[in-house]
Design a protein around this ligand. Structure first.
Ligand SMILES: N[C@@H](CCC(=O)N[C@@H](CS)C(=O)NCC(=O)O)C(=O)O
Length: 223
């Protein structure tokens, strides 16, 4: 029997919903998207779906489940629908190493890159000040995280084993925003991808996946 479409609540140009879109595309799952306006995020009916008032969230009618937090959604999709292990592992220790990178992305990359975006792009508009120390702090974190990945990817093509997994792809959308987030930074604080050649090669490989190309084209159509 065919699957019913999975509903994804999302907004454009924000990395966490796109992280889920990439996995839906990778696994060739039927889905439909439901756009949530910014002012609708923190009020009903959306808070009945996600009491945390953020995107993404999904409703999967095939298993009667509503989920939020992009990492939990990706893990659910992979465990439920990636039976062929296209982008995951069921072997030991690869299964747990993939989870490890996925947790690192959700706790070490997403929030820090997000704060870098906030202080470089939005804080001044909201508070009328532009704290240099916060820009330095989060810019350094972007470089530190890129450096961790660069070191590991000097020895392997992908984060775990010999294939691209959901953990690699979890990093792609935030990585793709770094040049824009850091575009006003200069001198020693500037973002220079050449300092992280293995990270850059890996990011380009992720950007070359059909799933990522499809998501990026949908995002650019949406404007
Ligand atoms: N940890 C959450 C973060 C979700 C998140 O921050 N989503 C952003 C878009 S990328 C959002 O909804 N922002 C709106 C807001 O902060 O009000 C996840 O991974 O799903």
């Amino acid at each position: 029997m065919g699957l019913k479409p999975i509903k994804l609540y999302w907004r454009n140009h924000v990395p966490n919903p796109s992280k889920v879109l990439i996995i839906l595309e990778e696994l060739n799952l039927p889905y439909e998207t439901s756009w949530v306006e910014l002012q609708g995020l923190k009020q009903k009916p959306y808070t009945d779906v996600n009491p945390n008032g953020r995107v993404p969230a999904i409703e999967d009618p095939n298993h009667n489940i509503t989920l939020w937090e992009s990492g939990a959604i990706v893990q659910y999709l992979v465990e439920t629908y990636d039976k062929a292990n296209k982008i995951s592992y069921s072997t030991f220790p690869e299964k747990y190493l993939t989870q490890q990178w996925s947790y690192f992305q959700a706790s070490g990359q997403g929030p820090y890159f997000g704060q870098a975006a906030w202080f470089n792009l939005f804080h001044e508009g909201a508070y009328g000040e532009s704290p240099e120390s916060a820009k330095i702090r989060y810019g350094k974190e972007i470089k530190r995280v890129a450096g961790v990945l660069d070191g590991v990817l000097a020895k392997s093509t992908w984060l775990v084993g010999d294939k691209c997994t959901y953990a690699d792809l979890a990093f792609t959308m935030w990585n793709s925003q770094v040049a824009f987030i850091m575009s006003s930074r200069t001198g020693e604080h500037a973002w220079n991808p050449d300092e992280f050649p293995n990270f850059t090669r890996w990011q380009n490989a992720c950007l070359g996946r059909d799933s990522v190309k499809k998501v990026l084209s949908v995002l650019s159509e949406k404007g």
